[in-house]
Design a protein around this ligand. Structure first.
Ligand code: ADP
Ligand code: MG
Length: 359
């Protein structure tokens, strides 16, 4: 969908911002561009919507060399989200969101209806937030409006330059998760620029790690973390890259140990075993003293010492390890999508999973 072929950009003052860049972003893929300040990320992004022209090389969007495409027509197909958001201060949130449909000549009512739909999509209430002015919103809300506006004309491509950079870490993580959920449904082709390695890893289907004006490695976050291509990349992703990998490595069936015999039903029943001495409790997981009420949700069924906590197959090793560390039993029950137990995960299983992910 987006293709760079040996692209170099030298600014008039002689600065070489990017040098011989080649990469491709597939349709529906989210690629993060990550690297320190001044390494050429924004320059790369602006060459996709022709805010910056390459000195040499070609940029193709949807198979066409964009040097021959009218910039205005090109930008209609490319949503653009920037850190400063760039909302018009004297227009309401609804009118800001309707900007591009209005420019495209939609009837006013249709443009506003579309804007309301988009505000809802990014988690804002059009009735409440639509009539407000940008200054009356929080930073996180303004950022959501920026995303809504970029999506309003339903462009196939989205460029996002440090989109969550201006908000505090808690809001940032929420906006990241919201955007990932949104992306799972809208499936845009996205280039997302960030200087934050955690964001690049969390958001990217693949990531481009920039050195000075060059891509040092272009691969999935799991591969970049497991096998940095150069010492520079290893240094950039950090000494704790094994920990970061936990977030992007799923729990798979190979990582599991068998369930203890007979615990099959116990792990799925939210109320816990009804008969503590019966055949559903051969491993003695319930309170042997009989002093607690097994039907009490705060009772033995929910306490760490008496029953393994559960994680779904395909969940991240990070979430699994976080639960394991809180659990006295030293194992988790891994379930399928229907909540049925498939096996157990132990610290040794987590280690095996990480080694498998490297292999
Ligand atoms: P990043 O987004 O990774 O921080 P940029 O693409 O903004 O990096 O900048 C890359 C390099 O190009 C930097 O050295 C920057 O100073 C320089 N640069 C960016 N824009 C211009 C410009 N308009 N004129 C001259 N140099 C520029
Ligand atoms: Mg930049």
């Amino acid at each position: 969908m987006i293709r760079f072929e040996q692209v170099t950009k030298r600014y008039p003052d002689g600065t070489t911002a990017v040098d011989g860049l080649s990469f491709e972003v597939a349709e529906g893929e989210l690629v993060t561009l990550v690297g320190p300040s001044g390494c050429g990320k924004t320059t790369t992004m602006m060459m996709v919507n022709r805010l910056v022209e390459p000195t040499s090389g070609r940029v193709l969007v949807d198979g066409r060399d964009i040097a021959g495409v009218d910039p205005v027509a090109l930008r209609r197909k490319i949503g653009y989200v920037i850190q400063q958001v760039g909302l018009f201060p004297h227009r309401t949130v609804l009118d800001n969101t309707a900007t591009v449909p209005a420019l495209l000549g939609w009837k006013k009512a249709a443009a506003r209806a579309r804007a309301a739909e988009l505000l809802e999509l990014v988690g804002l209430d059009p009735a409440v937030h639509g009539p407000r002015y940008p200054a009356q919103l929080s930073g996180g809300q303004r950022q959501r409006v920026g995303v809504a506006r970029a999506l309003a004309a339903d462009p196939p491509v989205l460029l996002m330059d440090e989109p969550f950079g201006a908000v505090d870490p808690v809001v940032r993580e929420r906006l990241q998760n919201e955007f990932l959920a949104l992306q799972a449904t809208v499936r845009k082709t996205v280039l997302l620029v960030t200087h934050d390695i955690e964001e690049a890893v969390r958001m990217g289907d693949r990531m481009a790690v920039y050195g000075q004006g060059r891509i040092e490695q272009f691969d999935t976050p799991a591969t970049v973390l497991a096998s940095p291509a150069t010492p520079y990349v290893a240094d950039f992703v950090g000494g704790d890259r094994a920990l970061k990998r936990l977030a992007v490595t799923p729990v798979t069936a190979e990582d599991l140990d068998p369930l203890p015999a007979g615990t099959t039903e116990a792990a799925t029943d939210p109320a816990g075993p009804t008969d503590p001495s019966g055949p559903t409790d051969p491993a003695g997981l319930t309170d042997p003293t009989g002093l607690t009420d097994p039907t009490d949700p705060a009772g033995p069924a929910g306490t760490p010492a008496t029953r393994a906590r559960t994680v779904p197959l395909g969940g991240s090793l990070k979430d699994a390890l976080a639960l394991l560390l809180q659990d006295d039993s030293g194992r988790l029950t891994v379930t399928d999508a229907g909540g049925r137990p498939l096996g157990t995960l132990t610290p040794a299983g987590v280690h095996r999973a990480l080694r498998r992910a490297t292999a």
